[in-house]
Design a binder for this molecule. Structure first.
Ligand SMILES: Nc1ncnc2c1ncn2[C@@H]1O[C@H](COP(=O)(O)OP(=O)(O)OP(=O)(O)O)[C@@H](O)[C@H]1O
Ligand SMILES: [Mg+2]
Length: 573
């Protein structure tokens, strides 16, 4: 036998022995096999449970946490105010790293580690065991708080002993995360904020502050998944769907805030994005706009007469200039009883009138051209004509609905709309080009055009260096002729108003057999009513609408509004 053969033989015997041993062992263990399998199964189940638990606790954490930077130690605090004392407040402070630019710092009450753990567990339990309210009248907030207390008692062992102080903090976070907008809730509750937006993952959430304009906040959402879940939550809040297949959502959030958001990286490489235009619970009335300097009494009185005569008005301007707000405030001036139909993509308009039909377009989730069930603004404007409206208000014209709106205006309906355009020239170009395709001969059917703009003021008003102003008002006539009715002077922050030039009102007055300038007296009278309202701080839209109704019933303010000390019997209910 050669050396190698011996080696091979030895190795073979070794292997054989090993196999034998293994087989022996298998034989030995055969009886315990079932037992082992059972244990294996159990172990796997435990592992699975553990995995699930880990995943869940991560989810809970996701719901509660986002990155919030503290105030920079060397930053200077400019202003501090409470959102919900003593739980949440805002600091406007300088950020040295950004060259001293201002930032918006949300400061919320902090949880101790054990409180955080209890909160995470409680939110988790609530997710599984929350009972629906017994009646639909029950206040959602109270219901969740009561349910939380019930579950807290039930799971006292797991949640630990929660003191009344800690409980108040937990209540704050439960309300913030389950009923509110989670990490951006303080911004949403801050009445000084107009817009909340975020451009992507790991980018700061920005706010648009009434006093300080655009400010980066101390909140950043770093986790991609967290951001995606947040967008899904916002979409669900609005009763809409968002996903990789349908990554754009345009919707109205509870509280009537307007949401535009994108999901994941499908169409926005930096991840999900959102922008929320906050809704004002109490819309600006025409008297508010006079107070803010956006218009003055004479201009408002002019619009009042224009709207009574079913002339058409378009408010124009850039993004966020205040077009919709102006439109809404003008709608305050309608003669009571006028039938109004509003057509919008997102229901932003808020009118105090009873005789008001509100239509909102509907999207469909079909792919490509196959959008079964979608109802466009075009469809709605066409339908609105059957309601025989005195006025059709289209929230914003962008597409083929412009064509129908102008057709409606040509058949004697009043029209009111906003249009995204920085000046009258652009507006006319947009209107006469695809997809709006309004015939140039129809442009004069837009009787009055007003441009509204965000401008810097020569002198601060209410401590704010900028404001919204109607920069220009034109009347439009045949053959592309226009006349300036009012113009804003940026040096003095005043208006040059030329209602005497109004050919439209002259013509309408003459039709009634009165002298051409008789309307000027009416404008002066209405100016006086507006001044009277302002002096008496009647600014709520309903209160303003009431005075307007009384005006049509023959009530008049006293001769000089400034002199109003005694309640004039005619304008008091
Ligand atoms: N005259 C005003 N004075 C003060 N704030 C105003 C005024 N008009 C509008 N705002 C505020 O500005 C924000 C934008 O207003 P609005 O929605 O009317 O603008 P918009 O031009 O219609 O915007 P978009 O282009 O997005 O449709 C709102 O938060 C609103 O409260
Ligand atoms: Mg608008």
């Amino acid at each position: 036998m050669s050396k190698t053969e011996t080696k091979d033989a030895k190795a073979a015997t070794k292997v054989e022995k090993k196999v034998e041993k293994k087989e022996d062992k298998r034989e030995d263990k055969k009886g315990d096999k079932k037992e082992a399998q059972k244990e294996d199964k159990k172990l796997k189940e435990v592992e699975k449970e553990e995995e699930k638990r880990k995943k869940k606790s991560k989810e809970v954490e996701v719901k509660v946490e986002a990155t919030i930077l503290p105030l920079p130690p060397d930053g200077q605090i400019i202003e501090t105010y409470w959102i919900k004392e003593p739980y949440s407040r805002i600091h406007i402070a300088t950020i040295p790293d950004r060259g001293g630019a201002y930032g918006y710092f949300v400061e919320e009450i902090q949880l101790k580690p054990e409180e955080r753990r209890s909160l995470m567990k409680l939110v988790d339990i609530l997710g599984k065991e929350l009972e629906p309210p017994e009646t639909s009248d029950e206040d959602a907030k109270m219901h969740i708080v009561n349910e939380s207390r019930r579950l807290m008692k039930k799971y006292r062992g797991a949640l630990g002993n929660i003191s009344e102080d800690s409980w108040k903090k937990l209540e704050y976070y439960i309300e913030r995360d389950l009923l509110g907008f989670g990490p951006i809730n303080s911004m949403m509750l801050d009445t000084k904020i107009e817009d909340v937006s975020c451009d992507g993952v790991a980018k700061p959430v920005y706010v648009w502050h009434r006093k300080y304009e655009s400010l980066p906040s101390n909140l950043t959402i770093i986790d991609k998944e967290l951001f995606n879940n947040f967008i899904i939550k916002l979409a669900h809040f609005s009763g809409k769907h968002v996903s990789s297949a349908f990554p754009i959502v345009d919707a109205m959030l509870p509280g009537r805030h307007r949401l535009a958001a994108t999901y994941g990286e499908e169409i926005s490489p930096s991840g999900s994005t959102f922008t929320i235009r906050k809704f004002r619970e109490e819309p600006y009335s025409v008297v508010d706009l006079i107070d803010l300097g956006t218009i003055n009494e004479r201009i408002a009185a002019y619009f009042w007469l224009v709207l009574e005569n079913r002339l058409t008005v378009m408010t124009m301007g850039g993004t966020g200039a205040g077009k919709t707000t102006l439109l809404n405030a003008l709608a305050n001036l309608f003669k009571p009883g006028m039938k109004i139909v509003t057509v919008e993509e997102i229901a932003e308009l808020n009118l105090p009138h009873d005789n008001w039909v509100q239509f909102v377009s509907r999207e469909s989730y079909g792919l490509g051209q196959n959008k079964i069930g979608s109802i466009s603004l075009f469809d709605l404007v066409r339908t609105s004509l059957r309601y025989r409206p005195d006025y059709i208000i289209v929230g914003e014209i962008r597409g083929e609905e412009a064509f129908v709106l102008f057709q409606a205006m040509a058949t004697g309906h009043g029209g009111l709309s906003t249009l995204h355009a920085e000046n009258l020239d652009y507006a006319i170009k947009r209107l006469t080009s695809p997809p709006m395709n309004v015939a140039p001969a129809y442009i004069q059917l837009m009787n009055v055009a007003a441009i509204v703009e965000r401008v810097y003021l020569p002198k601060q008003l209410h401590g704010i260096p900028f404001g919204r102003r109607i920069r220009h008002i034109w009347e439009l006539y045949k053959y592309a002729k226009t006349k300036t009715i009012a113009e804003w002077d940026p040096v003095t922050d005043t208006y040059r108003v030329n209602v005497e030039e109004s050919d439209l009102l002259k013509e309408l007055t003459m039709r009634t057999g009165r002298p051409a300038d008789a309307y000027l007296e009416e404008i002066a009278r209405r100016e006086e009513v507006l001044r009277w309202m302002r002096a008496r701080e009647i600014r709520n839209v309903r209160a303003v609408a009431k005075v307007i109704t009384q005006y049509y019933q023959g009530a008049r303010p006293p001769p000089k509004a400034e002199a109003v000390q005694v309640t004039p019997p005619s304008l008091i209910s």
